[in-house]
Design a protein around this ligand. Structure first.
Ligand SMILES: Cc1cc2nc3c(=O)[nH]c(=O)nc-3n(C[C@H](O)[C@H](O)[C@H](O)COP(=O)(O)OP(=O)(O)OC[C@H]3O[C@@H](n4cnc5c(N)ncnc54)[C@H](O)[C@@H]3O)c2cc1C
Length: 185
């Protein structure tokens, strides 16, 4: 692999795990050119995860549940944004061609008020496959189908949401006028 790599895209996604793959797919489908830079080979913790993802019912009880769960450490704005978007998780998975299965037991924090809204699902995969692997296989397949560029073994450094230039340890220079930078050193 070359020591110097230059690229430019509307959106640069740093980190090719579940969040990065989802961001890249969404940006691509909204019409942006996208490049993903990944310090390893991709998959991250997402590929290793055990089982389920949350797709909550978006209502006042769910907001109360998140408020209690975060013990005041998360602003309402962030919690509400999490709720608005995570409530679309199963819809997103189906749009990508996946099949969702309801998971029992239900909420992780069942003793907290509003936990009944925290519905859990997994992506259907072959028998015995971890839910994380099934999710990752679906996401990475969709990234490949869209021909989204993935630059592996390319750690992003000095990334900041409002900067348009990202740099990597191997003299990477990546420009992203509408950049998504998920990492700050
Ligand atoms: C064993 C295990 C079981 C789990 N089980 C569950 C579960 O059942 N349900 C659940 O909801 N959650 C579970 N989790 C947590 C879940 O896996 C994570 O919350 C989720 O995968 C985070 O997704 P992500 O995309 O943010 O991070 P990741 O999937 O970890 O992806 C981050 C990616 O960014 C890359 N990266 C990091 N820094 C840089 C950099 N500077 N430059 C370039 N690339 C970089 C990493 O190499 C990685 O590929 C589990 C986690 C583990 C480890």
């Amino acid at each position: 692999m070359a020591d110097v790599w230059n690229d430019e895209a509307d959106v640069v996604v740093v980190g090719y795990g579940g969040a990065g793959a989802s961001a890249a797919i969404s940006a691509h489908d909204a019409g942006a050119s996208v490049v993903i830079i990944e310090k390893d080979s991709g998959g991250g913790n997402t590929r290793l995860a055990t089982n389920a993802f949350v797709c909550p019912i978006n209502n006042a009880a769910a907001r109360e549940h998140l408020r209690i769960l975060s013990s005041g450490a998360t602003t309402d704005e962030i919690a509400n944004s999490f709720l608005d978007w995570s409530a679309k998780n199963t819809e997103f998975i189906k749009e990508l061609g996946g099949e969702v299965l309801s998971v029992t037991p239900g909420p992780t924090f069942a003793h907290l008020a509003g936990s009944e809204t925290m519905l859990r699902f997994r992506v259907k995969g072959p028998s015995g496959e971890r839910g994380g692997a099934s999710l990752w296989n679906l996401l990475s397949k969709n990234v490949q189908q869209r021909k989204i560029r993935v630059q592996q073994e390319m750690p992003g450094k000095n990334c900041c949401a409002r900067e348009t230039k990202l740099s990597g340890s191997r003299q990477t220079e990546t420009e992203a006028p509408f950049g998504v930078a998920l990492i700050k050193r």
